[in-house]
Design a protein around this ligand. Structure first.
Ligand SMILES: NC(=O)c1ccc[n+]([C@@H]2O[C@H](COP(=O)([O-])OP(=O)(O)OC[C@H]3O[C@@H](n4cnc5c(N)ncnc54)[C@H](O)[C@@H]3O)[C@@H](O)[C@H]2O)c1
Length: 252
């Protein structure tokens, strides 16, 4: 468990983290629990959630965020389980690498379903509960949404969409008291690259090449992003519409 570093705006905040089984989402889950939050942990992989089943402060749900019906059912169950929802962290996401000449239409469609549609349907399904609590949405964009890079244009475009949805939803939902922010992490050591079909060698080449272009000359750790997500979801009450780079300066 991570050491508490924030002062949550209320005791026992309740909310949903998608992609909570691995990487940045799992790091958020650990940090949120260390700050007294109660978390509805969603992932499409039951195995990734299996170690969480015996805790009072966590409910696990196997949910594919690209399936609006199962998202709607999970949102209703989560709201009932915790008697309300104060935050949602849209962390479930996927990566796609490859030049324009080689990318398949099916892969692009699946990527946008996961990164853009998934973020949309999860937030939409939880919106009545978030309006009731004057809650917080935190989306996970990427540093490549802020600066053009080669060989992952569709991933970058899907994350640019997430960044801009953040700004538009902040404007739309602000009058109802709902804050919407996003983080834009640089390359971070997680399972995402191998889940996208890259070999360990391809992953290490990509991360090494990216690290060489980053002013701080290294890639990130999941907790370095999770700390800012926690700040937006649990503590801050005044920021909205932000796309915060957490990337060692990569997007400069
Ligand atoms: N790792 C990086 O370098 C990096 C950089 C910038 C942004 N991001 C973003 O951070 C977020 C988290 O990624 P990560 O790096 O921790 O990856 P990860 O692969 O470690 O974790 C992603 C989790 O999402 C789950 N998931 C995937 N598809 C899902 C679906 N359809 N429904 C529900 N759950 C699903 C996976 O099972 C996994 O547990 C993603 O949105 C990713 O695009 C990652």
């Amino acid at each position: 468990m991570s050491t508490p570093i924030l002062a949550p705006r209320r005791e026992g905040l309740r909310g949903v983290i998608t992609g909570a089984g691995s990487g940045i989402g799992r790091s958020c889950l650990e940090l949120f629990l260390a700050h007294g939050a109660r978390v509805d942990a969603w992932d499409r992989s039951p195995e990734a959630l299996a170690d969480l089943n015996d805790r009072d402060d966590v409910a696990t749900r196997v949910v594919d965020v690209t399936d609006p019906e199962s998202v709607a059912a999970a949102a209703a169950e989560a709201t009932e389980t915790w008697n309300g929802i104060d935050f949602v962290v849209n962390c479930a996401g996927g990566f796609l690498v490859g030049p324009l000449a080689e990318v398949s239409a099916d892969a692009v469609r699946k990527l946008f379903d996961l990164n853009v549609l998934g973020t949309t349907v999860v937030t939409q399904a939880l919106l009545p509960a978030l309006v009731a609590s004057k809650g917080a949405v935190v989306n996970v964009a990427s540093s490549v949404a802020l600066k053009a890079t080669v060989s992952n244009s569709h991933y970058a475009a899907s994350k640019a969409a997430v960044a801009h949805l953040t700004r538009c939803w902040a404007l739309e939902l602000g009058p109802q008291g709902v804050r919407v922010n996003s983080v834009a992490p640089g390359p971070t050591m997680t399972a995402i690259y191998q889940s996208a079909g890259m070999s360990a060698e391809q992953e290490s080449t990509l991360l090494r090449e990216r690290a060489a272009t980053i002013p701080l000359r290294r890639v990130g750790e999941p907790v370095e992003t999770a700390r800012w997500i926690a700040r937006f979801a649990l503590e801050d009450d005044w920021t909205t519409g932000t796309v915060l780079p957490i990337d060692g300066g990569m997007s400069l």
